[in-house]
Write a protein that binds this ligand. Structure first.
Ligand code: ZN
Ligand code: ZN
Length: 129
């Protein structure tokens, strides 16, 4: 079995597919799939989230999602980079301050105070005061 196949097996297994279904969709004998998954469970084999390589965690080590420190760093760097994409700059219409906010956020004010000021202005205008 290649590393890629192993990763695919694990993926499908996590999706809840049975041995037979996994074997059929990847064209691997069911016995091999069964053996691999059993080994996976008994030996605590892990697959690196970053590079997809299969490794056995060192006994006593807590890091189980990455094969190495390098992979862990790369993974988190990518993550923070993508999360920054969701942040955009906006200008508060009340006080003119520039602030960072998430794209999906509806609020257009830099703070609660500015929002309240704006609301009370609107109220005063509407009531002719
Ligand atoms: Zn890795
Ligand atoms: Zn403001």
């Amino acid at each position: 079995m290649t590393n890629d196949q192993k990763v695919e097996i694990l993926k499908l297994h996590k999706q809840g597919l049975g041995y037979k279904a996994i074997g059929r969709s990847l064209d691997i004998p069911v016995d091999n799939v069964k053996k691999f998954i059993k080994r996976l469970k008994s030996e605590d084999i892990c697959i690196c989230l970053e590079c997809g390589s299969i490794f056995s965690p060192l006994p006593g080590k807590k890091i189980k999602r990455f094969c190495s420190k390098k992979c862990r760093l790369r993974y988190w760097q990518k993550k923070t980079r993508t999360s920054l994409k969701y942040k955009i700059q906006k200008v508060c219409p009340e006080c003119g301050a520039v602030f960072m906010t998430y794209k999906y956020r509806q609020g257009i004010f830099c703070s609660k105070e500015c929002f309240q000021k704006h609301e009370s202005k609107k109220w005063r205008e509407a009531n002719g005061k």
